[in-house]
Write a new protein. Structure first.
Length: 367
């Protein structure tokens, strides 16, 4: 039976909508303050299973020690990844410097480029003086100088923000220290009569989030391994490091396509170093991207994610775009939980899919 929309219900819905808008505006206004807190919650959520594993398997019953061991383990892993990526990258930049130096030397020797530049300046001396003495040039310089100082100031602010964001580690430490208490007692912020609603809803969110994170992490791992093997067979520069980078980027679906930029750069280096055609090398790398993407989309993703995961990558990308536009970087962090929350609410209380599934399971168990 359809519920009648009364004036009282309309007022409550309107008030709820206005409250949600006010909360979003407040979060956007306080984004600089809240960002370390949300980042800390995200990291704590991701590494909490590791903390639990260390506590249970290593029989360390002091939570603070388990957290410190987990953080040291993560530092070692991140350090290992950096070690695999940074030194080869420095080596490639050294090669690039050598290639540029050789090219400049050959060009200068063969074409006498210095003499050509000097002759061009002499031929266009009158026009150059007019440009430098013109009012437009002076106005451009006057306009550009404040921008330069503003850029320097912004850079200093960024450095200060990075240093200040170290407080994220403190947030994360204290969140993990009382993780169970925080995750089980947050429900008390709601009235008693509304707690079962939020409890059921958050159980759905937790289940879907865990499924998605595990599934997408496995997909990213498989993709990273395939790229490492493919680039190694091609004898591509920084094969392992580039494969690891692509795997990390694929933790967000299709973000690994941005790796085409360093791929093109490395293809150019290989072409300059070996004398091979750049387009042939880059074309082979692009073909590898296409082949692995097809294998991932047609075989790996359906097998791993399955129909049990209700969050399609397209929906995730759309949610990242919307929440990122609304709340900036904080929106990117909370996009997945909020989208999962909305989907879980829709499935449980609008389409009633969970009740249908429970009914089917009960019927099958009785049979």
């Amino acid at each position: 039976m359809r519920k009648e929309i009364t004036f009282d219900r309309f007022i409550r819905w309107t008030g709820t909508g206005l409250l949600i808008i006010a909360v979003l505006l407040l979060v956007n206004y306080l984004s600089g303050v809240l960002l370390p807190f949300f980042v800390a919650w995200l990291i704590a959520y991701l590494i909490y299973p590791i903390v639990q594993f260390i506590e249970n398997k290593m029989h360390i019953h002091v939570r603070a020690i388990s957290i410190i061991i987990t953080m040291l383990l993560l530092v070692c892993i991140i350090g290992g990844v950096i070690y695999l990526i940074i030194p080869p990258m420095i080596e490639q930049f050294d090669k690039l410097g050598g290639v540029i130096t050789r090219w400049v030397h050959e060009t200068t020797h063969n074409n006498n480029i210095t003499a050509l530049i000097s002759r061009w300046i002499e031929d266009n001396q009158t026009q150059l003086k007019k440009i430098f003495n013109s009012k437009d040039f002076s106005d451009a310089v006057k306009t550009a100088m404040p921008n330069v100082f503003a850029f320097v100031g912004q850079t200093a602010n960024i450095i200060i923000s990075i240093i200040a964001s170290l407080i994220t580690l403190l947030y994360m430490f204290f969140i993990l220290l009382d993780y169970e208490y925080l995750t089980t007692n947050w429900i008390r912020i709601f009235p008693t009569k509304n707690r079962p609603f939020w409890q059921e809803l958050m159980q759905d969110v937790k289940r879907e989030l865990n499924n998605y994170i595990r599934g997408q992490g496995t997909v990213a791992l498989c993709m990273g391994i395939m790229f490492c093997i493919g680039f190694t067979i091609m004898d591509f520069p920084m094969a392992i490091g580039l494969g690891i980078l692509i795997g990390i980027l694929d933790l967000v679906p299709y973000l690994h396509t941005f790796a085409l930029i360093p791929t093109a750069f490395l293809a150019m280096l290989k072409a300059a170093d070996t004398g091979q055609n750049f387009w042939v090398i880059f074309g082979m790398a692009l073909g590898l991207f296409v082949v692995i993407q097809i294998i991932t989309d047609m075989i790996i993703t359906p097998k791993i994610m399955g129909k049990a995961m209700g969050l399609n990558p397209a929906i995730l990308l759309l949610s990242l775009s919307i929440w990122g536009a609304l709340l900036g970087f904080i929106g990117l962090i909370i996009a997945l939980p909020l989208t999962t929350l909305l989907i879980a609410y829709w499935q449980r209380y609008v389409t009633k899919e969970h009740k249908k599934e429970e009914t089917v399971i009960n019927i099958e168990s009785e049979e």
